[in-house]
Design a protein. Structure first.
Length: 255
């Protein structure tokens, strides 16, 4: 018989769980990263630029946890995991048993996969490398929680996935550790700035180049046109940056 969540008894049993349980591993560096061990029943995000070794850290964490007897599922959304990488990480002896690698980047499939993993207690720790490359273009299950929350843009799907992960972590005592990148936001802003600057230069030359007239009326008109160009470029850059920054903060807040 299912427990009634509206009863005090349900929450009395829930309070018996150790919410602050942490797993101490052999690596003091990893223990220090999370202030005394890897916490259970939680979501952990590792954020930095690309190419600094976040995936290597995840594999090292998985190896340390497997040494402790825990089971780990590694969702390789970037699909860069190879036999040599697993061997170099010391996970070969656990591969296919305590450690399972899953090459998948579709958000809908990952959502269903995480639900099955947690409800069947198939993994204690789930790694996701990385959330920045998840694909939301194909959705075959119209009843999916992720599908129903489509509002526009990949960030909406990712936020819905993070909500699902948070719920599963609490209900099934599972820890989710995922990677996120910040370099894509920096690059996109830089590229947009370069494009707008180039466009601004072209339009400015188009209106001012070769103008030799000294008539005050025409010069005032050209100044007004130039001001409109500046305003247009400023609005485009500001709107894009505000949208991007708000999406990032909303995504992090859901974590």
């Amino acid at each position: 018989m299912a427990e009634n969540k509206n009863s005090l008894e349900y929450y009395r049993n829930l309070s018996s769980l150790n919410f602050t349980e942490k797993v101490l591993v052999e690596s003091n560096v990893i223990n220090a990263m999370f202030h005394g061990g890897i916490p259970r029943r939680s979501m952990l995000q590792i954020v930095s630029e690309s190419g600094v070794g976040k995936s290597t850290v995840l594999l090292q964490m998985a190896k340390e946890l497997c040494d402790k007897g825990y089971t780990c599922a590694f969702i390789d959304a970037e699909k860069g995991l190879s036999t040599n990488t697993i061997k170099d990480s010391g996970l070969s002896k656990y591969y296919g048993n305590q450690f399972v690698a899953i090459p998948e980047s579709d958000i809908n499939k990952i959502n269903n996969l995480l639900h099955n993993i947690c409800t069947n207690n198939e993994a204690d720790f789930v790694f996701l490398d990385s959330i920045a490359v998840l694909d939301s273009n194909s959705f075959s299950d119209s009843k999916s929680e992720i599908t129903n929350q489509k509002v526009g843009g990949d960030s909406k799907y990712i936020r819905a996935l993070l909500k699902q992960m948070n719920r599963l972590a609490i209900e099934h005592n599972t820890t989710f550790i995922y990677i996120n990148h910040i370099i894509y936001a920096i690059i996109s802003i830089a590229v947009l700035f370069i494009v707008i600057t180039f466009l601004h230069k072209i339009l400015s030359n188009f209106h001012f180049g070769g103008v030799s007239s000294r008539r005050t009326g025409k010069r005032k008109r050209l100044v007004r046109e130039y001001a409109r160009i500046n305003l247009f470029c400023f609005c485009v850059v500001s709107g894009y940056c505000c949208s991007l920054i708000s999406s990032i903060f909303l995504m992090i807040s859901e974590a």
